[in-house]
Design a protein around this ligand. Structure first.
Ligand code: AMP
Length: 506
């Protein structure tokens, strides 16, 4: 039978960490949620853990909090997971302890306090012993997304309030309970039963003894693609994970598709009725989240981001001496802005590559200091210049405010901010955690009020129509709820997050 390898930590350290995590979680969250990268591989005759390691390594940008992997050799499912980056969690010894030709892997992201070992994935379950079943079923599951009916589902699964460590845990529990009460059913039967009860965003990978399974919710909020290796198959959140293992992209997994891969190859099932399928890929995957070398809706994101900058230059021209991007996310749009405006492109900020995301620090002062640690101006390039400074988005306003200040201190004559997406006004409930409404600077302030707060000479955003046009797939289905407040599905009021004490302009 399978097992989960825990990292050896003394009990007192575990207790202390758990208490701190609980305290932060209590302040920052009203419910558990996930936003992550997932990978899966089925390669007969191959020990697949190293390949899965490479796959998840390419998805590190989607989650830096914890990493994990589950493999099967046809006899047992084994899980290794821990807090930290992929390269810190795994080593040769741990990869060797993950035998078999089927693997799923996961990297987890959450923007605030719920960093705990318990929320690391994959989530593992095994059915209870049952005389009607020859052998217990065991499986592991990795989830990218966020359910919006977690509490209802947890109650249905008979989980006591507070016992579910994450929405992914609830999915696994629903599946194992279904299997326990239906001894003639297998994992795919259980999924066909459970999946239609889930609401919200979920791109899933699962492994049992003999299969790799991929699932995309009927709105396809989060990406998931299918790739082919010479001898096998892979599924991944983003296409660079296929590139790195030498797989070629076959297609995106369809919204509402249950994809089952075994030695016969992939087979699709449709757990949802056709009328429930409504593609709503997260528009922010195009703007910020996905890697520039990713392909979504058939488009390379780097090119799409350059087009965003070109359209921004058309919509919000300004007289200036140099266009620069805020590294890294603002760079392609800055290139596009420079190209279309004819203004010289230059580098005005250097990024320290060894620093993590500033975004995840729960305190505003620490966040601002984090920006300073991350970015440093090139004084000789900036001095006396009228600058157009391009970034992909403004969420709380921390980064642009610190950037404007540091550019002025470095001698910039004018700083004109140009943002390659519309104002970010509404919280995301589908797996991109950007905090409460109260934290979003554009929730209540007008563009000129934001401009004043940031201390910029001018501020302009790209319009929604232009953004969709720049994706290269303007007719495709997108979720733009964070920009419009128009949520594709009803979001339960209990999911609204409590605002922390600081307002975005504090
Ligand atoms: P802020 O500093 O709060 O205004 O956030 C804007 C900056 O964070 C921009 O430079 C974005 O590239 C980046 N950003 C946008 N969305 C996210 C996110 N969900 N997680 C981390 N960083 C983000």
């Amino acid at each position: 039978m399978g097992y989960v390898l825990e990292s050896p930590r003394p009990q007192e350290v575990k207790d202390e960490v758990t208490a701190q995590e609980a305290a932060v979680d209590e302040v920052m969250h009203s419910s558990p949620r996930e936003a992550c990268g997932v990978f899966g591989a089925f390669v007969p005759g191959t020990e697949v853990s190293h390949l899965a390691y490479d796959g998840i390594y390419a998805l590190q940008h989607r989650g830096q909090e914890s990493a994990g992997m589950a493999t099967s050799d046809g006899q047992a499912v084994v899980v290794v997971k821990d807090m930290g980056l992929v390269a810190n969690v795994f080593n040769e010894y741990k990869l060797a302890a993950l035998p078999g030709h089927i693997a799923i892997a996961h990297t987890r992201y959450s923007t605030t306090g719920s960093s705990s070992w318990h929320n690391a994935q994959p989530v593992y379950r095994m059915t209870s012993k049952n005389p009607d079943r020859a052998q217990p079923i065991e499986f592991a599951l990795g989830h990218n997304g966020n359910l919006t009916n977690t509490e209802v589902l947890a109650a249905e699964a008979g989980m006591l309030p507070g016992t579910a460590t994450s929405d992914s845990d609830v999915i696994a529990e629903l599946v194992v309970r279904h299997l326990d009460s239906n001894p003639t059913h297998d994992l795919v039967d259980a999924l066909n039963h459970v999946l239609p009860t889930l609401e919200g965003a979920f791109s899933l990978v699962l492994v049992d003894h003999g299969r790799l399974i991929g699932v995309r919710d009927p709105n396809g909020y989060r990406p998931l693609c299918l790739g082919k290796l010479d001898q096998g198959w892979v599924v991944a959140s983003e296409t660079p994970a296929l590139d790195i293992v030498g797989a070629h992209l076959v297609r995106e997994v369809d919204p509402g598709e249950l994809l089952i891969i075994d030695s016969e190859g992939p087979v699709s099932e449709a757990p949802w009725p056709a009328e429930r399928i409504d593609p709503k890929l997260c528009l922010f995957e195009f703007v910020y989240l996905a890697r520039p070398d990713s392909r979504l809706y058939g488009q390379e994101l780097h090119s799409a981001r350059i087009r965003m900058g070109e359209l921004l230059a058309e919509q919000a021209p300004v007289e200036a001496d140099m266009v620069m991007g805020v590294p890294d996310s603002g760079i392609p749009a800055a290139e596009g802005y420079a190209r279309r405006s004819g203004i010289r492109y230059g580098h005005g900020l250097v990024k320290n590559r060894y620093i993590g995301r500033t975004f995840i620090v729960p305190d505003q002062a620490q966040r601002a200091q984090g920006v300073r640690r991350k970015l440093n101006p090139l004084r000789e390039t900036i001095e006396g210049q009228r600058l157009v400074v391009v970034d992909d988005s403004i969420v709380r306003g921390t980064t642009p405010r610190a950037v404007v200040k540091m550019l002025r201190e470095a001698g910039a004559k004018e700083v004109h901010l140009r943002i390659s997406s519309p104002p970010y006004r509404w919280p995301c409930y589908y797996g991109l955690d950007t905090g409460t409404r109260a934290e979003l600077i554009a929730a209540d302030l007008t563009v000129s009020e934001i401009e004043e707060y940031l201390g910029a000479d001018s501020l302009a955003y790209l319009t929604l129509d232009a953004l969709k046009k720049a994706t290269g797939a303007p007719g495709a289905g997108f979720c733009d709820a964070c920009l419009t407040g128009s949520y594709p599905s009803e979001v339960s009021v209990r999911m609204e997050r409590r605002a922390p004490a600081a307002s975005p302009v504090a």
